[in-house]
Design a protein around this ligand. Structure first.
Ligand SMILES: *[C@@H]1O[C@H](CO)[C@@H](O)[C@H](O)[C@H]1NC(C)=O
Ligand SMILES: *[C@@H]1O[C@H](CO)[C@@H](O)[C@H](O)[C@H]1NC(C)=O
Ligand SMILES: *[C@@H]1O[C@H](CO)[C@@H](O)[C@H](O)[C@H]1NC(C)=O
Ligand SMILES: *[C@@H]1O[C@H](CO)[C@@H](O)[C@H](O)[C@H]1NC(C)=O
Ligand SMILES: *[C@@H]1O[C@H](CO)[C@@H](O)[C@H](O)[C@H]1NC(C)=O
Ligand SMILES: *[C@@H]1O[C@H](CO)[C@@H](O)[C@H](O)[C@H]1NC(C)=O
Ligand SMILES: *[C@@H]1O[C@H](CO)[C@@H](O)[C@H](O)[C@H]1NC(C)=O
Ligand SMILES: *[C@@H]1O[C@H](CO)[C@@H](O)[C@H](O)[C@H]1NC(C)=O
Length: 286
């Protein structure tokens, strides 16, 4: 009895040690995978930003390899400029706004950064399409790609990012229609698609995004009428639909937007009177 118990313990101890060392190895290799995937994207970019010289795998000198924490501290991207990690050391924020990046999003590690929640790549010279793989970033809360040179259609896969509260794709060269899939983004508070080349009509299902407080679609080639359903956006503070090819009359349902303070609808082909209901709105700037 005593013999077999101690024998079991003897077998268990190395097993536990093996499990512990395997899981710490696993954590370290996660950091390295995340770092490598970011470096692969960096290598695809044409950039000369000195801040990005902090993006290297082993900043320490090779003479320091004896340190046991070497692998984890040096291979982790958490200390790189523009990167922030969560407590578990996984990449949580990529913020490279105004870094002078020239290149495409094709090599961006959409599938290698499972904890990524905030992406700000605004004000760079990113061109080419927004890859459909962007739909893999399921933890994303904040996505800002504004003021770049991105073209092609907005991928419908963006509708998979149901945790998004902020989506800024404005001031690019995006064309095609506003995907209906965007109406799945129920937590969205800010949707900015202005200054692109979007055409077709405004999807009426955008009226389901009842958390929106800013909807900005100005300076595109949107046609058709302003959907009555926009009147369901009861949290809307600013609505910018100007400089498009919108036709028809201004829906009276806009009168339900009690929080609206800015309504921009000029420079369209709208007809008919301004509905009385809109006149009832307090604190409105047209
Ligand atoms: C990188 O950008 C510079 C300046 O715009 C340009 O001269 C060079 O050809 C580009 N290199 C590549 C590989 O695109
Ligand atoms: C090597 O490690 C020592 C002690 O941790 C540190 O003082 C030194 O700056 C390191 N050298 C390099 C080149 O990282
Ligand atoms: C490593 O450290 C030595 C001595 O401090 C230095 O001469 C060498 O350039 C360093 N190597 C790198 C890759 O930083
Ligand atoms: C990104 O960095 C800029 C400038 O440092 C800052 O204003 C902005 O709030 C940051 N965005 C995110 C999502 O952290
Ligand atoms: C949204 O975030 C929560 C919490 O991080 C996560 O559990 C959930 O899977 C995310 N949603 C999607 C569609 O992945
Ligand atoms: C949309 O933009 C892409 C890429 O610039 C272009 O190839 C395509 O012809 C454009 N489509 C339309 C309908 O303009
Ligand atoms: C609309 O946007 C284009 C660039 O996309 C810009 O050149 C033009 O001046 C803008 N028009 C207005 C009226 O803002
Ligand atoms: C979303 O909006 C569309 C069109 O306005 C409507 O038919 C649909 O029932 C709405 N869906 C939900 C879940 O509210």
């Amino acid at each position: 009895m005593g013999f077999s118990t101690s024998k079991r313990v003897l077998i268990l101890v190395p097993l536990i040690l093996l499990v512990i060392s395997l899981s710490s190895l696993n954590a370290a290799s996660n950091f390295i995978d995340e770092a490598r995937s970011l470096l692969k994207w960096k290598a695809s970019l044409n950039q000369t930003n000195p801040l990005l010289s902090s993006w290297i795998l082993y900043p320490g000198n090779a003479t320091n390899t004896s340190s046991s924490s070497h692998l984890e501290t040096n291979a982790s991207p958490c200390s790189w400029h523009g990167i922030r990690c969560n407590k578990a050391g996984r990449v949580h924020v990529v913020n490279l706004t105004s870094y002078g990046l020239k290149g495409m999003l094709q090599e961006f590690p959409f599938s290698s950064l499972p904890q990524l929640a905030h992406v700000d790549l605004s004000v760079n010279e990113l061109y080419g399409i927004i890859p459909p793989q962007i739909g893999h970033l399921s933890k994303l809360i904040y996505l800002d790609l504004q003021i770049n040179l991105l073209s092609g259609k907005i991928p419908p896969e963006i509708g998979l990012l149901t945790n998004l509260t902020t989506l800024h794709l404005s001031e690019n060269k995006l064309n095609g229609s506003i995907p209906r899939d965007m109406c799945q983004l129920r937590l969205l508070e800010e949707l900015a698609l202005h200054m692109n080349r979007l055409d077709d009509s405004i999807p009426s299902c955008l009226g389901n995004l009842t958390n929106l407080f800013w909807l900005s679609l100005y300076n595109n080639s949107l046609s058709g009428s302003i959907p009555r359903e926009i009147g369901k956006l009861s949290n809307l503070v600013e609505l910018d639909l100007d400089t498009n090819h919108l036709t028809g009359s201004i829906p009276s349902t806009l009168g339900y937007l009690k929080k609206l303070t800015v309504l921009h609808i000029f420079d369209n082909q709208l007809s008919g009177p301004i509905p009385e209901e809109i006149g009832n709105l307090e604190s409105l700037w047209i």
